[in-house]
Each structure stands twice: as structure tokens, then as C-alpha cells.
Design a protein around this ligand. Sequence first.
Ligand SMILES: Cc1cc2nc3c(=O)[nH]c(=O)nc-3n(C[C@H](O)[C@H](O)[C@H](O)COP(=O)(O)OP(=O)(O)OC[C@H]3O[C@@H](n4cnc5c(N)ncnc54)[C@H](O)[C@@H]3O)c2cc1C
Length: 506
Amino acid sequence: MTTDHQDTDTTILDTDVLVVGAGPAGLMLATELRLGGAEVVVVDQRPGPTTESRASTLHARTMEILDSRGLLDELGTPPCEPRGHFGGVPLDLTLPSPHPGQWKVAQTRTEELLQRRAAVLGADLRRRHQLLSLTAEDGVEAEAIGPYGPVRIRARYLVGCDGEDSTVRRLVRAPFPGKDAARELLRADVSGVEVADRRFQRLEHGLAIAATREGVTRVMVHEFGRPAAERGGAEPDFAEVTDVWKRVTGEDISQGTPLWVNAFGDANRQLAHYRHGRVLFAGDAAHRQMPSGGQALNLGVQDAFNLGWKLAAVVRGSAGEDLLDSYHSERHTVGRQVLANIRAQVELLLGGPEVEPARALLTELVALDGVRQHLAGMISGLGIRYDVEGPEIDSGAHPLLGRRLPDAWLEPAERGARRRTTELLRTGRGLLLSLDGDGAPALRATAAPWSDRVAFVADRPAAGGPLPTGQALLVRPDGYVAWAGSGPAGLARALTRWFGTLAADD
Ligand SMILES: Cc1cc2nc3c(=O)[nH]c(=O)nc-3n(C[C@H](O)[C@H](O)[C@H](O)COP(=O)(O)OP(=O)(O)OC[C@H]3O[C@@H](n4cnc5c(N)ncnc54)[C@H](O)[C@@H]3O)c2cc1C
């Protein structure tokens, strides 16, 4: 349990997990840790959710995740756009999901939502607290400076969710290979201008994008061959954006009022290891990328969703530390794939006339539904398949193994109302879902010793849905299928792997 006391002028906190950074990744992690029963302190140097104009897209898998925790009602019905792009080539993102497409939600709203949820679940969020130093051996000891003076936090684990310029990464000297920015996109949110909407318009001298919503026009521009500027962390001037816009489009937008100006470089780096003993990383602290296709925030939120239940199980003592290694192997693999697709997109987007043949070929390829589905699966996060049986899932394995549990209606086997599979994930526990097979009693008996961690549900899948009748699925708290079968063979091994060994008195 988090405790708090004063030692001379230093506040001392003891907790299970210290999360550094209350951006989308840190806040999602805090909610999942609390749901899993871990005590958590979150420190962030900012006074509140971001006020910057940042990410504005929630992809289908992130929406499913929010849905699985009952968080969608609070978002209302945000605008949804089925069409996305790959390097500026139009790409229909629609795949089977209750939430296909890109949902337009400002990052501020996402952070507010997750912050409220973290508070309701009892996370101890300390704003205006800046992490200064840390040591990690058997546990972690961190020093922060808060509004009332120094704070020392002792925790069993620390997770750096402190963004692309991560202090935690620097303090633990974590290798962060990759490349620095060579090119950039300039961006400004501007009022008082009239600019036609442009989706990735490639002109003779550069790329121009413009979209107007509620009286504010967001322009993005890159001039072919222009290198990324060295700005020392500062944002570009509006005049720089208007000059480049003029050279690329011939239009003068300098009379507009800039509400927000920034530049995105094409730096592309990923931590070699997401886990350094008792220090772990999630979100932009673990990977730096151009936010092409709106993937950056979604990638970080999904890192946190993968880590939260695992770390909670480890601090509760119900799982061994090897569960944390699966966090690295699963999310590093996904991150590597996303960073690679972003590098490819950057070439297609920011390259000059020399990339036109590759763009033309890609345009032909995305007309093939298999190609479209592959790219849409990667960008939306719906295509993820974890190697839950490691090291590689057998090609003859059950098609749902390692994939997310599809959202589907279930008819009660005995009494009760119809319900959706997604609703069964609300508690954050694992799930053994027996789908109208005759092996239910044997499955229930096998899973009984884990009943504090894994709920047993025996229902019938609604006709015509994506779930197989007569089979059973073991589903992790993050919604991924860890075992599938029609009898109990292999179930105890999968339960042990993902939900821990049993204590002597279990
Ligand atoms: C200007 C800008 C525009 C962007 N636009 C887009 C976009 O259009 N589309 C898109 O998909 N993505 C965009 N992104 C990327 C997206 O915002 C990030 O991917 C996302 O915020 C990452 O979430 P995170 O939780 O990992 O890190 P962050 O959101 O960066 O959160 C990190 C948190 O850590 C805190 N912190 C840092 N150091 C310390 C410390 N020493 N002590 C305490 N707290 C600390 C920070 O205050 C911050 O709150 C943009 C990013 C920026 C910077």
C-alpha cells in the first residue's frame, strides 16, 4: 500500500510501482495497475493533461481496449473516418471490429478520460513533480521535486512513461539505437485563413496537407530536400511555416492567427530492451517515431495495456518475473514493426519525385484486399498476433491463438441475458470461455485453482459470429487468446504461464 510520511523537509512515499509521466501511456498503465491490485504513484512535471495540439486519432484496437474497460460511454460518439492512408496513399482501414476506422479524439480528451479513471481506481497522481534521479537494485528509489519540496519515492518497480525525451531512459543509460531526424514536417493550427482541404497533396516542390475543423485550419508542409532544422527543443516560428507553405503551394497564409506551431522530425529510435531489471519503459519513452498515420499514441497506450496486468500480477506475487520478459518480447516486436512501417511511410511522404514509382506501385497493391488488410491490420493494431506459445506460433495453431478475443454476442448456457465478449473483460481478470462444448466440467475443474485470477464462463456463441462452437478459449486480461482447445490438454500449462504458479496453500 502506498504510504506517505515526512522526514525533515522531504516527503517519503512507499509504493509498489512508480510511474513517471502522466501522458496517455502512463495514465493507461496506472489504471491497469490499480485494476490488477497494485499500489501506484504517478509523478508528472506538468500541472494537468496536455494543452498542446497533439495526437487526434484513436485507432480501432485502442477503441476496443477502452470498450473492454467500459470507458467508451464517456467519449460519446467521436467523429469516425474509415479512410486512412499509408505514406499518403489512401487506405481503407475497415476491418472486422465493433470500432473500425480512425476516431477523432483530441489527446487532451484521452488524457482527461484516463486521468479520471486512474483517480477513481485510486492511483496516487502527483502533478508538478519532476523526477530528478533514481537508483535501482533490489527495489527502486527515486528523487523528485514537487511544489512543496523534495519527494523520495521507494517502489518495487519504476516505469518510464516520460515521453520522447525520457529522463528515465537517460538515468539508466538505456541503449536507444536508431536514427536522428533528417527531414521534418512543419505544422500549424491557424484561424482566420481560407485554405482548401488537401489530403497529402504532392506538388512540384513539396507535400501540403490542410484540413479545417470548427474554424481552425491545420496545415502541414514539407519542402522536398529541405533538412530538419536544429532547433534545440524550440518550436518553429509561424513565419517559417508560412514561408515554406508559400514556396510549396504558392498561397499566402501569413495573415492568419497561429494557435499552435510545431515540427515533426523523422527520427526513428527504439530501446534495445523495454525492461532493465526493475525499470521498464512504455510509450514514447521506449520508441521515438514520426506520428505518421496517427500510430504513436496508440502504440504507447497498447504498450501500457500489455504491461499493466503483468506488472500487477508480479507485485501481487501471483506471477514470476518472467512474465515481465514477455512484455519486452511482445511489445518490442510490435514496436519494431510499427517503426518500420513509419520509416517506409516517411520515404513515401517526404521523398521527392524519385519516390513516385514506388507510390504508383503501392497504389496498385492496396487495391488487392489482402495487401489492404495487412496494412490496415498494422496501422489499426487489429493485426497483432502475439507468440503466446513462444518462440513462434505453429502455422497449424488455432486461428485465434495469440489474437485478440473478437467482440461477439454470447447466449447464456443456462439463464441470464445475452452479453458481449468485450463486457466479460471489464474486471481486468483473465477469462476461461467455454463455448457450448461438453468439456465444460473438466475445464472448470482444471482452472479452479486459478479462480481468483481467471473467471470461468460457459456460454453459447450467437449463430453466425466469429467464435467457434464446442471449443474453449483462455483469454488474458488484455484480451489476447493464450490457449484454445476443446478439452483440458495444455490448459494447466497455459494457466501457469500467464497466471502464475499456485502457492502451496492454493
Ligand atoms: C507537438 C506534438 C505533436 C504531436 N502530434 C501528434 C499527432 O498529430 N498524431 C499522433 O499520433 N501523435 C502526435 N504526437 C505524438 C503523441 O503526442 C505521443 O506519441 C504521445 O503523447 C505519447 O504518449 P506518452 O504517454 O508515451 O508520452 P507523453 O504524452 O509525451 O507524456 C510524457 C509525460 O511525461 C512527463 N515527464 C517528462 N519528463 C518528466 C520528468 N522528468 N518528471 C516527471 N514527468 C516527466 C511529461 O510532462 C509528460 O506528461 C505529437 C507529439 C508532439 C510532441
